[in-house]
Every structure is written in C-alpha cells, then in structure tokens.
Design a protein around this ligand. Structure first.
Ligand code: PEP
Ligand code: MN
Length: 342
C-alpha cells in the first residue's frame, strides 16, 4: 500500500504516518518515488487505511500490487495524459493517424490535412525509423521533424514521433508533442530512464515478445524518473500465426485496465500488417475499452516508402472513426452493455 504525502507535509507529519503503522506492528518505509514522498506499507485493513487517510499531510492512499509496479500498477485513479490538444484516458476515443515514415514535407502536409479532415486528433510519422535491415529507408531524421512541426502548425494536430536514441531526446522533443518508444525499444532502459527525466509525455509501445508485467515494468522506468505522463500501446505480439504480421492481443486491453491507471491505445496497423484488417480490429479495440487507436494512413499507399501494405486511405480512416464511435456509443454507460473494465 502506498500513502502519498502532500508536498507540504513536514517531518513531524511524516513521522506521524510512520508511527501510526509501526504502532500497529506494521512495517512502514518512507520513500521518494518520482519526486513524491510516499510511505510504503504492506496492505492494511480498511480501519487503519481510514485512520491514515485522516492524518494531516496525507494526500491519498493507493494499493500497489507489487513493488515492481509501484507507480504504474496503482489502481485508484485513471490518469489522463495530454499532448498538445489531444487527450488520452479522459473517456474520449483518441485517434493518432499518419504515415509510417515522413517521406517529405509536401506529402506529409497532404496526409496531415486529410487525417485532420477525417477526424484524427494527432499526427504520427516516423523521423527515425527502426528498420530490420540497414539497407532500407531509415527516415529523414531532423528534416522529418521540421516537416512534422510545420504540418502541426498548419493543421493544429499535435505530433507523435519515435525517439530511438537517448541522445536524440532534446532534438525530438523540440518538434514533437508525444515521444514514442517503439516495440523494439520497450526495454531500452537508458532510453526509458532519460525519458523519465524530461517533461514531454511518452507513448510506450509493447515489446513484441513482452509480457504485460514486463510492459508495466518498462512504464515504471519512465514514471519512477518523475515523468507521470505515459500512454501504453498494444501493437501485437509474435506468435506462430503467419496470416498477420503479429497477433493483436486484445485481451491485453482489459487485462491492463485491471492492473494500471495509465491510458491504453491499440495499434491495429503494426499488429496485422494488413490494410484490410485495420478497421475491423480498430472496432474491436473500441469494444474492449481502449482509449484510442494509432493507425497508419497514406494518401497513396502504393507509393509509401515503408509499411505500404498496412496503410489505409483517409476515407477509410473516416469510416474507422465513425465505426469506433458507434461501438462506444453502444457500450456507453446507460446502454446496459458496458463491461466491468470500462
Ligand atoms: C511505429 O509505430 O512506427 C512502429 C515502428 O511500430 P512498432 O514499434 O510497434 O513496430
Ligand atoms: Mn510502420
């Protein structure tokens, strides 16, 4: 159990909290987590919990399932993460859309205007691409970042782009509103640690072979550095199946919901690798309670420099958004079908 102390709680106030538990023979340790003073104890009964909550200097009390997920795994509140004008976890269904990679300023602007007209809330586009082969298109780097910022200024859409190298964080954050950690870097601990020390929100994609525990522990690296703004993204895992690029683990959404307060997105594009499956699985993501989706969109998918086969057209994005909203309307509280997890 975690007893969060208010920033103005002085030393006698902290001592009173520790004394309450120790007086009952319960171990209590004072820790500083992400810059916040917290008293950590084993789970306590309701009576003791209420007495602790009433002490001066106590802000809130949260249960923690395991020390590994002290900050990611607490469950008593949902976190809302804002990135520019976009908001994740506030009860709305957020849509991030755009090309796999930024291929040039003009085509990016064309795509940005089209996804905005289709109803997207944020623009994606890779500047630094994690490619399997060193001989394929690696992204335009800083030129792509400048193009993203220009497209953002024209459309008002906040920008989401991947950062792979801790040394690039200052450069990428000058241009991006939400810093993406890709699947291949989910356990790049120096990168996560650095992202924890800077103020921009982070979109953390699930490693393609990561358990949910490992996923949450990766989020914990960012949170424990002091950056509480983490959005999780399920993007499919490796299985024996070869019909799709990965296998979308839809169960991860309600399972994560039960274990974390962080917003949860789904990426049906990288999960399937197939444009024809993106819309159905986006609808499914809405049905299992995701806070939104990230989708690859291109105005001329045949010409896309990477992930061409999974890019959908802006017109399809418009249908996808309408369908996801319709699914959510059916499941909305009051419609009688809302699941436990929503
Ligand atoms: C991406 O979203 O640009 C990407 C490379 O996806 P992932 O890291 O999930 O493979
Ligand atoms: Mn891609």
């Amino acid at each position: 159990m975690l007893v969060f102390l208010r920033p103005d709680a002085d030393s006698p106030a902290r001592e009173r909290v520790l004394a309450l538990f120790r007086g009952e023979g319960i171990r209590a340790d004072l820790r500083v987590l992400g810059g916040v003073a917290v008293v950590e104890t084993p789970p306590a009964g309701n009576r003791l919990r209420e007495r602790a909550a009433a002490l001066p200097g106590v802000e809130r009390i949260e249960s923690s399932e395991s020390p590994a997920y002290r900050l990611a795994g607490t469950r008593d509140r949902a976190t809302v993460v804002a990135a520019g004008s976009a908001s994740f976890g506030d009860g709305s269904f957020a849509v991030i859309a755009g090309p796999c990679a930024v291929e040039g300023g003009e085509v990016l602007l064309e795509i940005a205007e089209a996804v905005r007209a289709a109803g997207a809330h944020a623009l994606r586009g890779g500047a630094f691409k994690p490619r399997t082969s060193p001989y394929t298109f690696q992204g335009l780097g800083e030129e792509a970042l400048r193009a993203l910022r220009a497209a953002s200024e024209r459309t008002g859409l906040p920008v989401v782009t991947e950062v792979m190298d801790p040394r690039d964080i200052p450069l990428v954050s000058r241009h991006a509103d939400l810093l993406q950690v890709g699947s291949r870097n989910m356990q790049n601990f120096p990168l996560l640690t650095e992202l924890g020390r800077q103020p921009k929100p982070v979109l953390l994609k699930r490693g393609m072979a990561a358990t949910l525990g490992e996923f949450l522990a990766a989020a914990e690296y960012v949170l424990s550095g002091g950056n509480g703004k983490v959005v999780l993204c399920e993007r499919g895992v490796r299985t024996f199946g070869d019909e799709t690029r990965n296998t979308l683990d839809l169960a991860a959404v309600p399972a994560l919901r039960a274990r974390t307060h962080l917003p949860i997105l789904v990426d049906p594009s990288h999960a399937t690798g197939r444009a024809d499956l993106v819309r159905p699985l986006a609808r499914a993501a809405a049905a299992v309670g995701a806070d939104g989706v990230m989708v690859e969109v291109h105005v001329r998918p045949d010409e896309a420099l990477c992930d061409a086969r999974q890019a959908i057209l802006p017109t399809e994005l418009e249908s996808l958004i309408a369908e996801c909203q319709a699914v959510r309307a059916v499941l909305a509280p009051g419609a009688g079908l809302v699941s436990e997890a929503m």
